[in-house]
Design a protein around this ligand. Structure first.
Ligand SMILES: CC(C)(COP(=O)(O)OP(=O)(O)OC[C@H]1O[C@@H](n2cnc3c(N)ncnc32)[C@H](O)[C@@H]1OP(=O)(O)O)[C@@H](O)C(=O)NCCC(=O)NCCS
Length: 159
């Protein structure tokens, strides 16, 4: 099976909503994705398995900082490295555009997501109280430094 990543398009939204609805307790609506695709600070990617969308991820890319807004993989395609592939795509896209840090929020109970982020070098920097309105759960805030990686990469390329 071949996996490819490309930018999200408006026509992808119905398929994305199917994955969204079985991935999150408070799924985003069609309008939420549609307005994100018009947001000049937002960047969204999808991953396809043999031409069918099986996952997506997005972020807000502001000067200096990237903020992950979502990542999800279809339940039947989890555990195959696609979450990591999507996150690496966000990281590389942000790093090349000069972001110094990447930040995200995650439920402390979401072991799969926590392990995914830890495996990519994110570390906990704090909490946001009652962040998830529907369950009144706190969010764990995680950060990965991208600036140091850019510096090291440039230094190694010069050698
Ligand atoms: C979180 C999510 C995107 C991970 O996607 P995935 O494609 O299954 O993840 P990957 O196969 O790329 O796994 C990457 C790492 O995540 C961790 N991981 C993934 N699934 C896991 C699970 N069920 N239990 C524990 N760790 C898990 C592992 O550390 C793995 O690293 P490894 O391959 O070195 O072992 C997916 O579970 C999902 O869509 N969940 C619902 C939506 C969600 O919670 N999104 C995150 C919101 S913060």
């Amino acid at each position: 099976m071949e996996f490819t990543v490309r930018a999200m398009e408006r026509g992808d939204i119905p398929r994305i909503l199917m994955i969204e609805n079985c991935s999150f307790p408070s799924p985003w609506t069609y309008q939420a994705f549609s307005s994100e695709l018009k947001n000049k600070f937002a960047v969204y990617f999808v991953v396809l398995a043999d031409n069918e969308i099986v996952g997506y991820a997005g972020m807000w890319l502001c000067p200096g900082e990237a903020h992950v807004t979502t990542v999800a993989v279809h339940p039947e395609f989890r555990g195959r490295g696609l979450g990591k592939l999507l996150m690496k795509t966000l990281i590389e896209y942000s790093r090349v555009r000069g972001a110094a840090t990447m930040v995200l929020e995650v439920r402390p109970s979401n072991v799969a997501a926590l392990n995914l982020y830890k495996s990519l070098g994110f570390r906990q920097i704090g909490w946001r109280k009652n962040y998830y309105i529907e369950t009144r759960e706190d969010a764990l805030v995680m950060l990965r430094n991208l600036q140091q990686e850019t510096f090291l990469k440039q230094r190694n390329e010069k050698r």
